[in-house]
Design a protein around this ligand. Structure first.
Ligand code: FMN
Length: 348
C-alpha cells in the first residue's frame, strides 16, 4: 500500500516531508523559493497583504522557483463588537507606547484586508495549496479552490476544530500544537486556546479524521520531524526554525532575541488573539486589549516603529517553545540539514 506520506510528497513534487510554515511578517518569496528548491514545500504568508501585494509576491516567488508552493490567508473576520469604554481603555493603555516611539496620537485605523478580495488575487495565479487559520473557509471559497486545482489546508488546535474542517470539505488539516509560535489557529478568538501539545494533538487528529494531517508546533530538527511522522503526520510544518534565516524579514533584534529565549508566553497584547512569543514590557503592561483584529490595527504603528528602532520592549517577539534550537542558516541549507538529520534519525 502506498503511504499517505508518499502521496503527499508526490502531490507537491517534494523530496522531503518538510513544510516551511507561513509566517506573517517573516516569510518572503526568497524564503519560500529556497525551501522549494531544497525539496521542501514553502508557504507565502499573505494574510496581512493587500491584493496587489499578494500578486506581486506570487510573481516574485514564481520568478525564483518553478516548484509548487502554498499561499496562506486568514478566514474572513466578523468585525468585533467593541464597547466605547473598552476601546477608550485600550487606546489609553497604548498612549504611552506611542509617546515612547515618537508617534502622533492615534488617528484613523489602518484598513484590514478583506478575504474576499485577497482570495481573488490568490486564485488569479492559483498556487498548489491554500492554507488558512482561525476557522472555516466559506463554502464558495472551497469550491473556488477546488475548481482552480488548489489543495485546501485548514488549521486545527483541537479534535472538534479538525472535525469541523473535515466536514467543511478541506483536503488536509494542519494540527497546530500549543508549542507553536505566534498566533494560535483557534477558531474562537475570545476562547482560551487549547493547551494540547503537538505530541498529543497529532495522533488525536490522525485517529479522528480521514484527510491527511500535517504537524506543526515545536518541531525544530530532524528528530522532531521523525517524531511527528511516526505519530502519523504526512509532513512536518516548521515556522520558528526558519525565523533566524537571512531570508526571514523579522528585525535583527528579534533574530538575536531568539537565541536568548528560555521560555515564551501567550499574549493577547499585540493583536487581541492569543499568540506565543518572548515576554517583554509590552506583554507585561498591555493588559486591556480589545478583540482581534481591532487590537492588531491599534498596535500596528507601534509594532512598525518598534521594528524600525530595534526597540525589543515594544516589539512582538513571536517565537515557538523550541526557539532556542533555531539555527541561523540560509533556508536552503536548513532544509538540506533537516533532511540529513531526518535520515539519521530514521536509521537510529
Ligand atoms: C512569526 C510567526 C508568524 C506566523 N504567522 C502565521 C500566519 O500568518 N498564518 C498562519 O497560518 N500561521 C502563522 N504562524 C504559525 C505557523 O504557521 C506555524 O503554525 C508555527 O510556526 C508552528 O510552530 P513553530 O513555530 O513551533 O514551528 C506564524 C508563526 C510565527 C512564528
Amino acid at each position: 500500500m502506498v503511504s499517505s506520506k508518499a502521496v503527499f510528497l508526490e502531490r507537491f513534487g517534494l523530496r522531503v516531508p518538510i513544510v516551511q510554515a507561513p509566517m506573517g511578517g517573516a516569510t518572503t518569496p526568497a524564503m519560500v523559493a529556497a525551501v522549494c528548491e531544497a525539496g521542501g514545500l514553502g508557504s507565502l504568508a499573505a494574510a496581512y497583504l493587500s491584493p496587489a501585494a499578494i500578486e506581486a509576491q506570487l510573481r516574485e516567488t514564481r520568478r525564483l522557483t518553478s516548484r509548487l508552493f502554498v499561499v496562506n490567508l486568514f478566514v474572513p473576520f466578523i468585525d468585533p463588537q467593541v464597547a466605547a469604554d473598552e476601546l477608550e481603555r485600550a487606546l489609553e493603555e497604548l498612549r504611552p507606547w506611542r509617546e515612547r516611539l515618537g508617534l502622533a496620537p492615534a488617528g484613523a485605523l489602518p484598513r484590514v484586508e478583506r478575504f474576499e478580495e485577497q482570495i481573488v488575487a490568490v486564485l488569479r495565479d492559483p498556487p498548489a495549496a491554500l492554507s488558512f487559520c482561525f476557522g472555516l473557509l466559506p463554502p464558495a471559497a472551497i469550491d473556488q479552490c477546488r475548481a482552480a486545482g488548489t489543495v485546501t489546508i485548514g488549521t486545527a488546535t483541537s479534535v472538534a476544530e479538525a472535525r469541523a474542517l473535515e466536514e467543511s470539505g478541506v483536503d488536509m488539516i494542519c494540527a497546530q500544537g500549543a508549542e507553536a509560535g505566534a498566533h494560535r489557529g483557534t477558531f474562537d478568538a475570545r476562547a482560551e486556546p487549547s493547551g494540547i501539545g503537538t505530541l498529543d494533538l497529532v495522533p488525536l487528529l490522525v485517529d479522528a479524521v480521514r484527510v491527511p494531517v500535517l504537524a506543526a508546533g515545536g518541531i525544530m530538527d530532524g528528530r522532531g520531524i521523525r517524531a511527528v511522522l511516526s505519530l502519523g503526520a504526512v509532513a512536518a510544518q516548521l515556522g520558528t526554525a526558519f525565523l533566524r534565516s537571512p531570508e526571514s524579514s523579522i528585525p535583527q533584534v528579534h533574530k538575536d532575541a531568539l537565541t536568548l529565549i528560555q521560555s515564551t508566553v501567550v499574549t493577547r497584547a499585540f493583536s487581541g488573539r492569543p499568540a506565543r512569543g518572548l515576554a517583554n514590557r509590552f506583554t507585561r503592561e498591555v493588559l486591556s486589549p480589545v478583540s482581534f483584529p481591532l487590537q492588531n490595527s491599534l498596535t500596528r504603528e507601534i509594532r512598525q516603529a518598534a521594528a524600525a528602532r530595534g526597540d525589543v520592549e515594544a516589539l512582538s517577539l513571536w517565537a515557538g517553545e523550541g526557539a532556542a534550537m533555531a539555527r541561523a542558516l540560509p533556508a536552503f541549507d536548513l532544509v538540506r540539514l533537516l533532511t540529513r538529520e531526518l535520515e539519521e534519525a530514521e536509521q537510529r
